[in-house]
Design a protein around this ligand. Structure first.
Ligand SMILES: Cc1cc2nc3c(=O)[nH]c(=O)nc-3n(C[C@H](O)[C@H](O)[C@H](O)COP(=O)(O)O)c2cc1C
Length: 437
């Protein structure tokens, strides 16, 4: 029997999650649902019915504006835009569920660590210990402009900054003992101040002398998720992440990534049991194999080269508008998301042209597509799980709520019968659910 497979829903609070123009698929209810709160609660309940461990929300704070030097294409085509604040959505979704965990993306470039700790600890209280934080460092220069902080740091320095940021956060999360709130009515004492541990920090980026404003939350600190793909990003994940996200196009690249992360983590005295690796996949699920193939053809029919290039340019931070789409994709060192480009250029197999990369990126951002009816999808996931040596999948839906509804009703029961996905949730916090056998 294969080892346990963790299921993570890969979403964004936007009409287009990953597949360009997928909001135009006739059955995609995102058009009515995007601004309907009930829609999101329904999705949370569906994921819980499907025994997902977490609903994860990626996020960014600006439209892609590198292509042709502005954001016109990204705005007109709705390339992951508009994008609403997932932090605000999560307590609402959590209120409709009991067990589902929630991962949310917050950038080290956007909030001071003190406010991030405050937000995440409050969410951890409100969800009774079901929170995870996806640590990103912001690769879009436009995010820095929108936030009024001028410019983003250079690629590797973003991780130096994030190292210190995370160190401060961890100490702030430790600034309250579990039993610091004493509620002693007779002595008029609410907080036992001997149980508070102010953080005194003077570093390259932050000066802090503080205790967190929020009392210790059920998990103490959220589960840490991270998706750095460059060598520096991988070291950062190896040191800090409970859950590492990656996008790899095929099983051998996945297995290679896991091996690399094992050796990097060992340098920080962490073993394979201390972290999970979750790989992105795009779910193209039909009631039958034939229906799934039809959906796949529809998806490719919706993608146009210009939108794909605009999105890819934004993510890697290089304007591709003047590049010849039929020349081989260059193995560049980019200011943006290096790991995403490397997934195409450093993948095993033949070299791809820019057009091929852009179209595949536009449909599924380099994630393997899992196309088929329920039995076939379960088989493909199991094979990739074994060969890729990961701990589960970040499942990107092509439409909502149909993809997750059908998965919950047909694929989850198959994986449960095979003993790969548990039937029931266990009690406890998200960290306990993820890491206890
Ligand atoms: C599965 C996955 C999810 C990601 N989610 C986000 C996100 O929500 N917001 C963001 O700004 N970057 C996101 N990223 C980008 C990474 O966090 C990282 O910033 C990017 O890959 C650049 O780092 P690198 O050059 O080390 O790869 C994601 C990457 C992957 C693989």
């Amino acid at each position: 029997m294969s080892k346990r497979m963790h299921l993570n829903a890969f979403m964004m609070y936007t009409p287009m999650i990953h597949a360009i123009h997928s909001w135009g698929l006739p059955q995609n209810r995102i058009r009515e649902g995007f601004n309907d709160p009930d829609f999101w609660q329904e999705i949370a309940q569906t994921l819980e019915r499907g025994r997902f461990d977490t609903a994860f929300f990626a996020d960014h704070l600006a439209p892609y504006d590198v292509y042709e030097g502005d954001a016109t294409i990204a705005l007109r085509r709705g390339l992951q835009f508009p994008v609403h604040d997932p932090v605000v959505l999560i307590p609402w979704m959590a209120a409709a569920t009991q067990h589902l965990g929630f991962g949310v993306t917050l950038s080290t470039a956007s909030y001071p660590p003190y406010l991030l700790v405050r937000k995440m600890s409050t969410l951890d209280h409100l969800t009774r210990g079901r929170m995870a934080w996806n640590v990103v460092t912001s690769f879009q220069a436009s995010e820095a402009r929108n936030l009024g902080v001028g410019r983003i740091l250079a690629h590797d320095e973003r991780y130096e900054h994030a190292d210190e940021y995370l160190d401060v956060c961890k100490r702030l999360w430790e600034s309250w003992d579990e039993d610091a709130l004493v509620w002693d009515v007779a002595r008029h004492e609410l907080i036992d101040v001997t149980k508070l541990h102010p953080v005194k920090h003077s570093g390259r980026y932050f000066e802090i002398d503080a205790v967190s404003t929020v009392s210790r939350s059920p998990q103490g600190r959220p589960v840490i998720m991270q998706a750095g793909g460059s060598p520096r990003g991988r070291d950062f994940a190896a040191e800090h992440a409970d859950v590492m996200f990656a996008i790899k196009r095929q099983a051998d690249d996945m297995a290679e990534f896991v091996g690399d992360m094992e050796s990097r983590a060992a340098a920080f005295a962490r073993s394979r049991e201390d972290f999970q690796v979750i790989f992105g996949v795009q779910l193209v699920l039909g009631r039958s194999d034939a229906e799934a193939q039809e959906l796949r053809a529809q998806l490719f029919g919706l993608v146009d080269l210009e939108s794909s290039l605009a999105k890819l340019s934004g993510v890697i931070g290089v304007d591709l508008s003047d590049s010849d789409p039929d020349s081989p994709m260059a193995d560049l060192r980019v200011p943006g998301a290096q790991g995403i480009l490397d997934a195409f250029t450093k993948t095993s197999g033949s070299a791809m042209t820019l057009r091929e990369v852009a179209v595949e990126y536009g449909v599924c951002t380099g994630m393997p597509q899992i196309v088929g009816g329920p039995e076939s999808v379960a088989d493909q996931l199991e094979a990739l799980h074994v060969d890729g040596r990961g701990d589960g999948f970040n499942i990107s839906p092509i439409d909502l709520p149909r993809s997750f509804d059908l998965f919950a009703d047909t694929v989850t029961p198959i994986l449960q019968r095979r003993g790969i996905v548990p039937v029931d949730y266990t009690a406890g916090t998200l960290r306990e659910k993820l890491f206890q056998p």
